[in-house]
Design a protein around this ligand. Structure first.
Ligand code: GLN
Length: 548
């Protein structure tokens, strides 16, 4: 059982999706944590997908991977970054995963011959999972973000779970509505509360009344708007919280505290008030706002026709990790997206890479834009531009080196060319059977694996420890048959699985290149604003040096 006096905060969205429920939830968690409470954060996704591993990142945003290999929504990354805590699969659920479990139990006769109706059994399973996650985290407060928007069909059973829980524990449940307040008028400052009033009606229609309303708007809510929302939606004026757009997401908890949010939550839930401690967070915010000197990083990837917004969402952890590192060096990060297909059309375009202090190639799948990425890697290697390859970006660096340094002209990954004479990146036997079985869900190399580091390398100097643990999400690996040859030509394998079978980090020696390094894992998944990832820190450090 969870703690007897466990408190629940549910965060639901009003009017439309993409209003920043995840950041709002993470920020509520942060300020409660800063007041000394142990907080567990959960996300419920309304999709039938059992996990996020089968969702296209250009449609749904980045697939975030936890230590235990769970593939989940990008919001889980925000929770880990804000709360500085590693989460587990207990913290994430989808409609699909809940039904799968209820059906499994039904098949197993665990309902003792009862007819298993959707209500209450689905909401009860949701509540059981929330309690379990709270217990595992020994939480005082459990924060649950409900995906989707109130009024739609898909999340209705989750709202039903809130209603049932509130019926059982009326004093322990808080409902927060994060709602979009559109701005009209010439200057875009005339804030409209009507859509939010409708959202509250929708919520009332399923038996719920919000306790707090977060008004997501381009600008802060003025007194008049707060008064109106209070009157029309039935919440106290102090419980209408202004959530304006911000330059840095890490300002959101500080803005909420300006509105005395933690005091309100503590009073409403009958918690005993404790000290405030947001010191480090405030210091971070000061750096974010005062850093003037820039560090310019180019991220090379394939073109997305879904536009810049989705692009930022698809690589949110990479972008955040770069920002954490830049801020730790007191620099202002300027991060630009570079379309690798451009380099395939016009090799002269590669010159544009010289205007960056460092280049990143992040994870990816498939063949589009790959030759352009390889050309970019070659350019960075030859022109001594700091280069950092993440997963696919590492595999492609191995291919580039094989082709142009080790003389294996047609080297490739079997992901792209199954008949290549030099499969320097190849699929491992244990993965082959997954592809053949066509049962793809959760079959990649996923989650945390240990790696040993070789002393005297860039990697070792960055981590300053011999054994690390990092998160993975890929099918292909450096082919062990080529390690010796690549080593003879000067590629350094500085990180490898403790049994030395899998190569986890490759780099070039310092005397050959200021920073050329690739990781088979995804270091971006473990970077935190107050604890930037050591490799990102080292990479951005090298980029800053190039500038001088
Ligand atoms: N496509 C590559 C693989 O499956 C890399 C995956 C990634 O970058 N996450 O191994």
């Amino acid at each position: 059982m969870p703690k007897r006096d466990l408190k629940y905060i549910f965060v639901v969205g009003g009017v439309m999706s993409g209003v920043g429920k995840g950041i709002t939830s993470a920020s509520i968690g942060k300020i409660l944590q800063a007041r000394g409470f142990s907080v567990a954060a959960l996300k419920i996704d309304p999709y039938v997908n059992v996990d996020a591993g089968t969702m296209n990142p250009t449609e749904h945003g980045e697939v975030f991977v936890l230590d235990d290999g769970m593939e989940c929504d990008q919001d889980m990354g925000n929770y880990e970054r804000f709360l500085d805590r590693d989460l587990t699969r207990a913290n994430y659920m989808t409609t699909g995963s809940i039904y799968l479990e209820v059906i499994r139990r039904e098949r197993n006769l665990e309902y003792g011959g009862k007819s298993v109706s959707v209500v209450p059994y689905i909401p009860l399973e949701v509540i059981a999972r929330i309690n379990r996650a709270a217990r595992l985290a020994a939480a005082d407060v459990v924060l649950v973000e409900v995906g989707g928007t109130v009024g739609e069909y898909e999340n209705i059973l989750f709202l039903e779970a809130i209603r049932i829980l509130r019926l059982k524990r009326p004093k322990d449940v808080l409902v927060a509505l994060v709602s979009s307040i559109p701005a009209l008028g010439a200057g875009g400052t005339e804030l409209k509360t009507k859509p939010t009033q409708h959202a509250v009606r929708n919520l009332n229609g399923v038996g719920l009344q919000p306790d707090l309303i977060f008004g997501r708007a381009p600008v802060p809510l003025d007194a008049k708007r707060k008064e109106k929302l209070s009157l029309m939606c039935g919440v106290a004026e102090e419980d209408v919280i202004s959530a304006p757009n911000v330059e840095s997401i890490y300002d959101v908890p500080l803005n909420f505290e300006k509105e005395k949010l933690s005091d309100r939550v503590i009073a409403k839930l009958g918690l005993r008030s404790r000290r405030h401690d947001l010191k480090e967070w405030r210091a971070l915010s000061r750096v974010v706002h005062s850093a003037r000197k820039e560090v310019r990083i180019g991220v090379v990837g394939k073109y997305f026709d879904s536009g810049d917004f989705m692009l930022a969402d698809s690589y949110i952890s990479v972008l955040e990790a770069l920002k954490h590192a830049a801020h730790s060096w007191k620099r202002k990060p300027v991060i630009e997206w570079i379309n690798s297909e451009e380099f395939e059309r016009d090799p002269h375009a590669l010159k544009s890479l010289l205007s960056y202090d460092g280049i990143v190639i992040p994870g990816g799948f498939g063949s589009r834009g790959v030759e352009g990425k390889i050309a970019a890697i070659r350019y960075c290697r030859e022109r001594r531009i700091p280069y950092f390859g993440l997963c696919y970006g590492m595999q492609l660096a191995v291919i580039e080196f094989s082709r142009h340094v080790a003389g294996l002209r047609r080297a490739n990954t079997t992901e792209i060319d199954q008949k290549t004479p030099h499969p320097v990146i190849d699929i491992m036997p244990e993965q082959k059977k997954n592809l053949a079985a066509k049962d793809y869900g959760a079959t990649m190399r996923l989650g945390a694996y240990p790696a040993s580091l070789r002393e005297g390398t860039i990697a070792f100097n960055a981590y300053r420890e011999p054994l690390i643990s990092e998160r993975h999400r890929h099918r292909y690996e450096v082919n062990p048959d080529y390690i010796k040859k690549l080593g003879e030509h000067g590629m350094v394998f500085s990180g490898f699985s403790p049994d030395r079978r899998l190569m986890e980090i490759v780099e070039l020696p310092r005397n050959k290149h200021p920073f050329f390094l690739g990781t088979q894992f995804h270091p971006e998944l473990k970077s935190r604003p107050l604890r930037p990832h050591p490799l990102f820190k080292a990479f951005v450090g090298a980029a800053i040096k190039r500038k001088k």
